[in-house]
Design a protein around this ligand. Structure first.
Ligand SMILES: [Cu+2]
Length: 151
């Protein structure tokens, strides 16, 4: 009988040790299942002791300006990260219409199309979320071309 009691206490002691160890190592606040949508379309969850969101891949999204001058797009070739926004500003009196290749259908990157001519000082903005090298042109002057390289 004494043997049996000793065994029961032994088992209880082991259970108590496991429970205490479980409580002290599982000390962190459990994070909620929320997710943040990053500019590139991916999602990140909460992590770490304070349940802050994990950083988005590639950091924060940027806005980059491209001027449309009489000499062409400035810069003509632009490298950006996925999620970045490009803003074209027309400096031309003759108008400008940035649009994805190929002219005249603009189907290489659907959605990348100002859909109208920009008069002087008007802007068109497009957020790139698909990696690749996207050739584009001025639809009103199709020999004026540029490239947006999205990493
Ligand atoms: Cu065109």
């Amino acid at each position: 009988m004494k043997q049996k009691i000793r065994t029961v206490f032994g088992v209880l002691a082991i259970v108590a040790v496991v429970l205490i160890a479980g409580c002290t190592t599982g000390n962190q606040t459990p994070c909620t299942e929320e997710a943040k949508i990053c500019p590139d379309g991916s999602t990140v969850g909460r992590t770490g002791p304070n349940c802050e969101f994990a950083p988005c891949p590639g950091g924060g999204a940027k806005t980059v300006n491209v001027a449309i001058a009489d000499s062409g797009f400035e810069p003509e070739v632009l490298a950006i990260n996925s999620g970045d926004t490009v803003v074209w500003t027309s400096n031309k009196d003759s108008g400008a219409w940035p649009a994805s290749d190929d002219h005249p259908t603009h189907t290489k990157l659907p959605g990348f199309d100002a859909l109208k001519g920009l008069s002087k000082d008007q802007t068109y903005r497009f957020t790139f979320t698909k990696a690749g090298t996207w050739g584009y042109h001025d639809h009103l002057h199709p020999n004026v071309i540029g490239n947006i390289i999205v990493k």
